[in-house]
Design a protein around this ligand. Structure first.
Ligand SMILES: C[S@@+](CC[C@H](N)C(=O)[O-])C[C@H]1O[C@@H](n2cnc3c(N)ncnc32)[C@H](O)[C@@H]1O
Length: 269
């Protein structure tokens, strides 16, 4: 049993993700969504769920295969944006507002369940993992792309946590980015699980532009800035700049930032 206030933490996090506009950052996730779909290989006509879909990144990719796609996220404005994007493309996708820890779908609803930097953020990780397994058909596939404790993502999480410590009792989202963590969370409901480290690239006009994109549009960074004093704000932005610089591979003044992440494909039992 745990006394962690998951409902309160979830409400708080929902407010955080509602701040800013993740759609502006989501362009950096398209490559990961494409790679994940290649690895999971949903076939036309299959029922596919994009969990914590934001503005629909993986859902839009999967629908291009003529899959029957549903997306769920608890930020209404991102779901509205996802609907607008799908409509503009002529893609029929069922987008829903909802919490990944309590999804409004019957058991065994989907052949494929995907999440790109999404389910990892749910505070009650065991419950979120149970939900992934519950809504996925036996013998179906769960595909995840998520942050790992090292590299750009690891540094990014650690830096934010230094300024605004995460709520007590909540496991780090980076747990999903380790094979041990995945084994605890999903091992009991899967018959195979393959994880690979991959590198995604983020593209910005410059290092300053990269930091500005996050401080303007990325809810967790905006929220951290709101919670700390002006001197700490400057230090946080300087630290984020250092991280962007550390993983920048461009030499022409632009920023091409390498982000190592974990891609996992599991087959449910
Ligand atoms: C880093 S963004 C990724 C969005 C999208 N998957 C993409 O790749 O563009 C994380 C997303 O997870 C969503 N999210 C986090 N916790 C959630 C929860 N408990 N229930 C539903 N959505 C959640 C946020 O609203 C946000 O859209």
């Amino acid at each position: 049993m745990t006394n962690t206030d998951y409902a309160g933490i979830t409400r708080n996090q929902q407010e955080t993700w509602t701040t800013g506009d993740f759609n502006e950052i989501a362009r950096q996730n398209v490559g990961m969504a494409e790679a994940l779909c290649e690895a999971v290989d949903p076939h036309p006509g299959q029922q596919v769920l994009d969990v914590a879909c934001g503005s629909g990144t993986a859902a839009l990719v999967a629908e291009r295969r003529y899959c029957e796609v549903t997306g769920i996220d608890y930020v209404t404005t991102l779901i509205e944006r996802a609907e607008a994007r799908a409509q503009a493309n002529g893609q029929a996708i069922d987008f829903r507002v909802g919490d990944v820890q309590d999804m409004p779908f019957p058991d065994d609803s989907f052949d494929v369940v995907l999440s790109v930097y999404g389910v990892q953020f749910a505070p009650d990780q065991e419950q979120a993992a149970r939900e992934l397994l519950r809504v996925c058909n036996p013998g179906g596939k769960i595909g995840l792309a998520g942050p790992i404790p090292t590299g750009w993502s690891g540094d990014w999480f650690a830096t934010h946590a230094r300024y605004v410590p995460p709520p007590p009792g909540v496991e780090s989202p980076l747990r999903w980015g380790t094979e041990e963590g995945l084994d605890v969370l999903l091992g009991h409901g899967t018959r195979s699980m393959q994880s690979d480290r991959r590198t995604a690239r983020q593209y910005y006009r410059s290092i300053d532009h990269a930091v500005t994109v996050f401080s303007t549009y990325f809810g967790p960074t905006i929220r951290a800035i709101e919670l700390i004093d002006p001197e700490a704000q400057e230090n946080l932005l300087a630290d984020l700049r250092t991280i962007m610089d550390r993983y920048n591979r461009a030499t022409d003044g632009t920023a091409i930032v390498e982000n190592q992440y974990l891609q996992t494909v599991a087959i449910t039992a």
